[in-house]
Write a protein that binds this ligand. Structure first.
Ligand code: NAD
Length: 291
């Protein structure tokens, strides 16, 4: 399908660019510390994927796997050790954390210089200030990169983001409205009225809800670019895993109307990992003398 945005292919390009950037740097490799608490199946697979991609690029990843029963004090102590370790450039705490842990406090505990997820108040504040030294949250940064590398015009265009989370919707809205990107941005959420009518005005429509068929064909303008962030597991007896992945968008009905559309899987997901690697390399190069 010619209007399909291939996230795997674009992520692959970014991996190759990162590998080339660090190939000639002498001394230690860039290093990302991956922290996982508990045995959430999705988190296990995300952390494994991040570790695999890191190895392919030439980035060291150190896995820190803590039991479900880990206390906030124990998690904080680990983060303090990783913050103080000069051989660690980047720290990623895989969300969601078990319910008894304070996710926001945990994100803020990570040193802003190593917060490659970009969820700390320091990096979110820098994003508001359009400070280029910020680590931008990986999924929103990946979405913007997909849009740019697919040749989708953003300047002056109407972008509608469905979802207002700290992880996707909010930072994405900030990125799309920044100078140089220049979209006119609307953010919709679970309390929005006339969702379909707002979406139908979008030149670029991005859904980050986590509910299948949130975006149906009647909500999409002819020629729009549609980015599907949602990851939903649908029970499926034919699959070995017992489920298949779908996004938020009714892909079959929506795709024929679009100038561009991302699939699920293989759209935004690989870009989130690529941006984590990009932020890790950015952190590494910021303290490694360049020839
Ligand atoms: P979240 O639950 O924190 O936020 C969901 C948002 O959707 C909320 O802001 C809520 O107001 C809005 N919403 C809920 N129901 C709605 C409705 N009926 N109409 C309009 N808005 C509605 O979720 P999140 O962490 O932002 O993730 C959203 C989805 O994106 C999930 O499926 C998640 O798995 C996926 N995700 C994918 C990636 C990736 O790399 N591809 C990364 C992060 C999240």
């Amino acid at each position: 399908m010619s209007n399909l945005i291939d996230g795997n292919q674009i992520a692959g390009q970014i991996h190759a660019e990162l590998a080339a950037k660090i190939a000639n740097v002498k001394g230690r490799r860039p290093c990302v510390a991956l922290v996982r608490v508990g045995e959430d199946p999705a988190s296990i697979s995300y952390v494994a994927k991040k570790s695999k991609v890191a190895a392919e690029i030439g980035i060291e990843s150190r896995l820190n796997i803590l039991p479900e029963s880990t206390s906030q004090a124990e998690l904080d102590a680990l983060l303090d050790r990783l913050n103080a370790d000069d051989t660690v450039d980047a720290i990623l705490v895989q969300a969601p954390l078990p319910k008894h842990l304070d996710e926001q406090a945990t994100f803020n505990r990570v040193s802003p210089q190593k917060d490659v997820d970009g969820f700390s108040f320091a990096n979110l504040g820098k994003l508001c200030q359009e400070d280029k030294s910020a680590f931008t949250a990986c999924t929103p940064a990946g979405i913007l990169e997909l849009i740019k590398r697919s040749g989708v015009e953003t300047r002056g265009k109407r972008a509608v983001v469905i979802g207002r989370s700290l992880i996707v919707g909010k930072p994405l809205a900030l990125l799309l409205m920044q100078k140089g990107v220049d979209a006119t941005v609307s953010v919709c959420h679970s309390r929005s009225e006339n969702l379909a009518a707002v979406c139908a005005e979008a030149d670029i429509l991005i859904s980050a809800v986590g509910r299948p068929n949130t975006v149906t064909a009647d909500m999409v303008k002819e020629g729009a670019c549609v980015i599907d962030v949602g990851i939903n597991r649908i029970p499926c007896a034919e699959k070995k895993s017992g489920y298949r992945l779908v996004g938020d968008v009714d892909f079959e009905a929506v795709a024929p109307k679009c100038s561009k559309i991302t699939p699920v899987p293989g759209g935004v997901g690989p870009m989130t990992v690529a941006m984590l690697m990009s932020n890790t390399v950015k952190s590494f190069l910021s303290k490694t003398p360049q020839k």
